[in-house]
Write a protein that binds this ligand. Sequence first.
Ligand SMILES: Nc1ncnc2c1ncn2[C@@H]1O[C@H](COP(=O)(O)OP(=O)(O)OP(=O)(O)O)[C@@H](O)[C@H]1O
Ligand SMILES: Nc1nc2c(ncn2[C@@H]2O[C@H](COP(=O)(O)O)[C@@H](O)[C@H]2O)c(=O)[nH]1
Length: 469
Amino acid sequence: MNPSLTFSSTFIFRLLFLFSWLCSLFSSSVFFPFPHYNNSLALNTPSTRLFITSPAALYFSRFPRIVGSDLSMGKAPALLVDDLQDGAQNGLELKNGSCEATATIGDKTYVIGGADDGTLSIEVQIFDRNLREWVRPTVRGTKPVSCKGLSAVPLEDKILILKKGSKPDDQIWFLEVDTQYVRQQQESLGTEVVAWSKGVVGNAEKPVVISGPSGVGKGTLIAMLMKDFPSMFGFSVSHTTRAPRAMEKDGVHYHFTEKSIMEKEIKEGKFLEFASVHGNLYGTSVDAVELVADAGKRCILDIDVQGARSVRASSLEAIFIFVCPPSMEVLEKRLRDRRTETEEQILKRLRNAAAEIDQGKSSHIFDFILYNDKLVESCDRLKKLLGLDFVTTPKSGPGEIDLPIDHSVSKIDNKIIINRISSGEKESKNLIILDVSSLKGGAPGRTRGLNFQAIGSFSNGLTEREGLS
Ligand SMILES: Nc1ncnc2c1ncn2[C@@H]1O[C@H](COP(=O)(O)OP(=O)(O)OP(=O)(O)O)[C@@H](O)[C@H]1O
Ligand SMILES: Nc1nc2c(ncn2[C@@H]2O[C@H](COP(=O)(O)O)[C@@H](O)[C@H]2O)c(=O)[nH]1
């Protein structure tokens, strides 16, 4: 090795050590050196953020112990350690130029962030103030991608996250930290869990769950309904391990999948419900239902009685309809005439049908029982149950929040006040009031029921209202 190179690198290293030690004396904050910030130095000024990666930084950073995390992964956000230890963070302050924010709920401070290039997802670390330990939690739900900056507002059992400079449908997220879903996951996994859900303005219409024995005509009725009201209804595409039939398309009729893959995804909490039906695994993913609602449509689920029972027990509010055949003979004829099953499969489905009809009629899962005798009349009765027997005018959508890139955030009761930081130009709508009092749903799906108003200022709010309540 070239001795001058060795000398100079040792010399530079010492200089760096000395410099970063001086930094740690004069700077109130030292950042944790994650690998994607390598070869940089840390200085904390309002407009500049540099990161120390020398051994001195590690030594002087007083960085608490991270439990259960691989520091070499480099995916965690940079952390303002002293802020956390001083207990100064309420999460309401937006830090310029970086994708990170903190919020404290109870004894835990949640540090939420990542690289600000919009490619990686936002990561979470927790500082347990009681134990004075860092924990990297198991994360459920779809993680948001990182962005130019974050604001974090602690609510009771979750944290509202506002993403700077993101698309309208990607601006508002919730990090659940102590909801029922998170507690259930914590109990079954035995680890710290947090869960992401995307915030959505307005509410989705209640999904419709349609059950009944195989061959009774569920699919036929659903197809008729969707043909008559194409913009109103969307079908929840289930996952199944059974083989596709001749005319069935992957992603349209079902997501055809391997048993091992589906079982893994069930463990990861990706399914709203699942059941073993006629010897195969079937399930409704959270995404299948949320995608329909995201498209502004009412979701229809075609699932068996076990699945309907699980949905009834979940937090998803739905209308439950059980479709009955006029008789077992008619059911058998329909199933045989369909010519999609082998004799063995037909017999299995018929054996299961009797028990399903018993449960459907007696279990109190279902709000309505619909006899499917004459097809057109049965479809008309279905429309009537769903309130479609009169002409409906489509409702206008809830509108989009125009979240200003530079803003400050404050909270009064259930209202989050987002205040545009003036860019010099006169804006007519400087305040957005986000109402979080009627939230519905949540992780691992969406959090719906957000309402907002955009107003000029508090003084003229009454005359310049825009948006929804
Ligand atoms: N009211 C009806 N009168 C006569 N035939 C019907 C009626 N409803 C449905 N059918 C026919 O019965 C067969 C079974 O219907 P369909 O495939 O819709 O049943 P399904 O309940 O969706 O079954 P599976 O649960 O196995 O998917 C089809 O061939 C369909 O055309
Ligand atoms: N519990 C669930 N049951 C489902 C789902 N998707 C379909 N089904 C039910 O399975 C049987 C058989 O369907 P087939 O397409 O093989 O004839 C039928 O009763 C469906 O309602 C699901 O996601 N979950």
